[in-house]
Design a protein around this ligand. Structure first.
Ligand SMILES: NC(=O)c1ccc[n+]([C@@H]2O[C@H](COP(=O)([O-])OP(=O)(O)OC[C@H]3O[C@@H](n4cnc5c(N)ncnc54)[C@H](O)[C@@H]3O)[C@@H](O)[C@H]2O)c1
Length: 468
């Protein structure tokens, strides 16, 4: 079962496919036309307030721009009932990172290769797997080649770096891939200096290829990530970021209700409770490595909050923490030896933040390192006039509870076999192939806003600390 989402977090069963909207970076010309800033430094106030970003009405409006993007929850296509992929032209893919997000682990349901295999079937051809840990990459490929998906991986070449792959492709005059899936750690991405500038190198070598990039978009300075975002906007290729919870049918149902009832979100309240006893990755407990639990893990819920509340007024963010050295911060079942981590790099046990959205609504977020066992407890609440929507347990068994005007009882929605990982990959491929009604729900610019919010929460809570 799942243990951590320290990488992110878990679902207990396969999910399904749904439809969504284009949130890909807007062309510079469009941004200018809409009065959206195109050059850094980009703060949160540079985009026009978007209100609640409601979903499209029933019938799924197709690739409409915000605020009318959204999945049609009433026309789901589950992975297990999706039509079998048909033979056709090869779909060449390059994977960067041979780790858990790409090939799965026992820590959760993430596994992009699995979803790509189911989406593309015999057409999938993984041309290159790039990872400095060549042994790990080769081991993974050997397993794939010993299975029924051998055809997709039998000609995959392992490269240590993107430079090496690009040079080899140029030397042999080979064709570019159709998509590059990026699952390298965030420390190597979203920056502008050598070694952290993966996207800038990608634009240099493969400007027309579509990129799927994992969250968080970086681990480095936010200002640099905005520079990368601007470069990607200018480059104008298809980019999707892995905030897969946006694709959950419960989440899209909430969007639909907001849209159909013309609601204005008044407040969001997100709570993310990790089961710390099961998090045995030392880096997760070390702020200098994984950047702390809000940036690495809570990011999914900060992102979902923004998905409903819109842009955040960053200057309004206030936050407090319970630190490891405070009486309420003492934990009895930490599974790593925390004493080897420098004191200043140890993570907070509780982080609580409040902010204003640009439309005036209030957002709040609590991340806790308090639960033991293995199951996480996560909830998102959204309020609007007469409405209270409660998304419960989105990782394991998503349920949506809604109180509406005219009835004090809660309605309950539970969509079975909902796989947001498949939905995001499926829509990404459809967007590349002009497939039926594709939607990309998380653009790089939008994901950078989430990244900025999580840093703001971390720095605000650190500034407010009562030091030992
Ligand atoms: N959306 C989700 O639910 C979810 C789940 C898990 C992980 N993730 C994200 O995926 C990313 C990777 O996490 P993971 O759990 O797969 O980590 P991991 O440590 O299992 O794997 C990362 C791999 O990247 C390789 N690598 C390191 N530097 C590289 C570089 N410069 N170029 C190419 N490869 C490089 C490493 O050798 C390793 O094999 C993180 O950003 C994480 O937050 C997201």
């Amino acid at each position: 079962m799942f243990t951590r989402f320290g990488a992110t977090r878990p679902l207990t069963r396969p999910l399904a496919r749904s439809y969504t909207a284009f949130a890909r970076p807007l062309p510079v010309s469009v941004r200018l036309a809409r009065g959206i800033a195109t050059s850094p430094p980009w703060g949160v106030n540079v985009t026009q307030p978007l209100g609640v970003n409601p979903s499209s009405p029933l019938g799924d409006g197709g690739p409409e721009d915000i605020p009318h993007h959204g999945i049609n929850v009433d026309k789901p296509v589950r992975m297990d009932t999706a039509p079998a992929p048909e033979p056709g032209k090869d779909f060449d893919i390059v994977m960067i990172g041979a780790g858990n997000i790409m090939f799965g682990s026992d820590q959760g349901p993430w596994n992009h290769s699995f979803r790509l295999e189911h989406k593309l079937g015999p057409r999938l051809k993984v041309k290159a797997l790039i990872d400095p840990n060549v042994a790990r990459a080769k081991e993974i490929l050997a397993k794939k080649c010993a299975s029924f998906v051998e055809q997709a991986y039998k000609d995959t070449i392992v490269y240590k770096s993107l430079d090496e792959y690009a040079a080899a492709l140029k030397a042999e005059g080979g064709a570019e891939p159709k998509a590059i899936i990026i699952g390298a750690p965030p420390a190597f991405r979203g920056g502008v200096s050598k070694g952290r500038n993966l996207e800038i190198d990608l634009i240099k070598f493969f400007p027309k290829v579509a990129y799927f990039i994992e969250k968080p978009v970086s681990a480095g300075p936010v200002a640099e990530t905005w520079e990368v975002a601007e470069d990607l906007v200018k480059n104008n290729n298809i980019v999707s970021v892995g905030y897969m919870l946006r694709y959950l049918r419960c989440v899209q149902k909430m969007k639909q209700i907001i849209h159909e009832n013309n609601l204005v979100v008044m407040a969001t309240n997100a709570r993310y409770s990790a089961a710390y006893e099961s998090i045995d990755k030392l880096a997760w407990w070390d702020k200098s490595k994984d950047m702390g639990p809000v940036i690495e893990q809570g990011t999914h819920f900060c992102d979902l909050s923004r998905y409903f509340g819109g842009d955040v007024n960053m200057d309004s963010v206030v936050a407090h923490s319970v630190e490891w050295y405070e009486e309420p911060g003492k934990l009895s079942k930490i599974p790593v030896d925390e004493s080897v981590i420098p004191k200043e790099d140890r993570i907070p046990r509780i982080t609580g933040a409040v902010w204003k959205y640009d439309n005036g609504a209030v957002g709040s977020f609590t991340h806790t390192v308090a639960l033991q066992g293995t199951a996480y407890a996560c909830e998102l609440e959204v309020w609007a006039d007469g409405y209270h929507m409660r998304l419960v347990d989105p990782y394991n068994a998503p349920v949506l509870l809604i109180r509406r005007p005219g009835d004090d009882h809660e309605e309950r929605y539970a969509f079975t076999d909902d796989d947001p990982f498949f939905s995001e990959i499926s829509n990404f491929i459809d967007a590349i192939e002009d497939g039926p009604n594709p939607h990309i729900l998380s653009s790089y610019v939008d994901a950078t806003k989430t990244y900025e919010l999580t840093w703001k929460i971390r720095t605000a809570s650190e500034a407010a600390r009562v030091t030992k």
